[in-house]
Design a protein around this ligand. Structure first.
Ligand code: FAD
Length: 393
């Protein structure tokens, strides 16, 4: 791709804070004289984005349900089944919360022996919440980390209402969502600095529109569903105060999860507290009813479509391209999609981790393929290259 194309991608819709509260979209450029800088410009270590630093592209299928995740108890013959699945693009963010709510439902049962089906973020955190309440727990799963969708996650704290279609929301579901988000926010904070791969970084939303101005997409799209205190430290840097090729950079405190560290640490914790993991695939619900545990928590993610016939579940394919790690990069970005991006390209997102610099992001609903979308990959990596090469350092 030539330099002119790269600059076009970079000058684009790399605007509009996205995921985690604001949608990703282009903003109209503002006119008039550029305001004078008020503070010394922010210094950030630049990302070295180049094709020869790309080490992998991964694909995961988010378990999307237009009416949101399922969290409820059912009967299956003599077995109680508590469903806890369908977290879409927010499972890493919400799982401690829905796990606690599922475990509290389980307390209504006389038995303190439980099976959890699924060993992604949702299953592991539900299992830990059950153990904390005195349950002996076995996890049954056909795949375990590093081979779960949870391992393929960008994994920021992004409990966005994007996981549910606006017109399908109900007050009861909204209340569950808020409770789950509150619980998870607190739980994740308490894991920071304790070897779980959870930490705080600064994330910059790049926009050309003054934040808060009429017509500011980011402000209009702020999710009313999410309690405001779950997004902290918002601060706008104006022209000349930041190194990015946008007029404004909106900094927020952001909880980052590193999936490979996090999921392995959860597995270790689960086993240290007496948990057992059995590799097993279930083809029908009656196989669950035949387990020795009288209580089953269903955390099968997208697998619940086939296992329980939930046709509302659909994949939202997401892919991430990873660059070689850079220890000096401790900040992330969230920008809108490049100009002319096809459907499914959500925006230009970057999150550094110890196993690489992760570039996103896409969401292709209804697509089951686990093959990387090469066109989207080229577009997103090129847009990132354009941003970092245009940064003032
Ligand atoms: C590219 C991408 C970016 C993302 N970014 C974020 C983000 O920034 N923040 C966020 O919060 N979330 C994000 N997500 C979403 C998040 O990854 C998912 O919501 C989460 O991983 C779902 O977890 P889960 O445990 O339900 O599913 P999974 O991780 O898929 O686990 C399901 C488990 O159930 C087991 N299972 C399924 N069916 C059966 C069966 N029949 N028998 C036995 N076992 C079965 C599987 O083997 C597996 O162990 C992202 C996802 C992707 C792909």
């Amino acid at each position: 791709m030539d330099r002119r194309t790269l600059l076009k991608l970079g000058g684009m819709g790399l605007v509009g804070a996205g995921l985690g509260g604001c949608s990703a979209r282009s903003a109209a450029p503002t006119r008039g004289p550029a305001p004078q800088p008020r503070r010394p410009p922010l210094q950030l270590a630049p990302v070295r984005a180049d094709w020869d630093r790309v080490i992998r592209t991964t694909v995961g299928l988010r378990p999307h349900r237009p009416s949101g995740f399922v969290l409820r108890a059912d009967r299956l013959d003599d077995t109680t089944v508590i469903h806890n699945y369908g977290h879409g693009g927010s499972g890493m963010s919400l799982s401690w919360g829905t796990g606690r709510m599922a475990a509290e439902m389980a307390l209504a049962h006389d038995s303190r022996r439980a099976a959890v089906v699924g060993c992604g973020a949702v299953g592991l955190t539900a299992a830990r919440q059950l153990q904390r309440r005195g349950f002996a727990v076995t996890i049954y799963a056909m795949s375990v980390p590093p081979n779960t969708t949870s391992n393929m996650s960008f994994a920021g704290f992004t409990p966005t209402a994007g996981l549910v279609d606006r017109d399908l929301r109900t007050p009861a579901w909204d209340a569950q969502f808020r409770e789950a988000a509150e619980i998870s926010y607190r739980e994740l904070q308490l894991l920071a600095g304790r070897g779980f791969g959870v930490s705080w970084i600064d994330r910059y939303g790049l926009t050309d529109t003054p934040p808060g101005a009429a017509g500011d997409d980011a402000e209009e799209d702020r999710e009313p569903l999410l309690p405001a205190h779950l997004s902290t430290g918002e601060f706008t840097l104006g022209p000349g105060e930041h190194p990015f090729p946008s007029r404004y950079a909106v900094r927020r405190n952001h909880l980052r999860i590193e999936p490979s560290i996090y999921l392995d640490a959860l597995v270790r914790d689960f086993i240290d507290f007496g948990g057992r993991i059995e590799i097993r695939k279930f083809d029908e619900p009656r196989e669950l009813a035949a387990l020795s545990e009288p209580l089953v928590v269903n955390c099968t993610g997208l697998g619940a479509r086939e296992l329980f016939g939930d046709d509302e579940l659909t994949p939202a394919k997401g892919q991430l391209t990873v660059l070689l790690p850079q220890a000096d990069v401790d900040w992330g970005i969230q920008g809108g999609p490049p100009d002319g991006a096809p459907r499914g390209v959500l925006g230009v997102h970057m999150q550094p981790r110890s196993d690489g610099i992760v570039l996103g992001g896409t969401s292709e609903r209804g697509v089951w393929s686990r093959e990387p979308n090469q066109e989207a990959m080229r577009l997103i990596v090129s847009a990132h290259m354009a941003v970092y090469s245009a940064m003032r350092v």
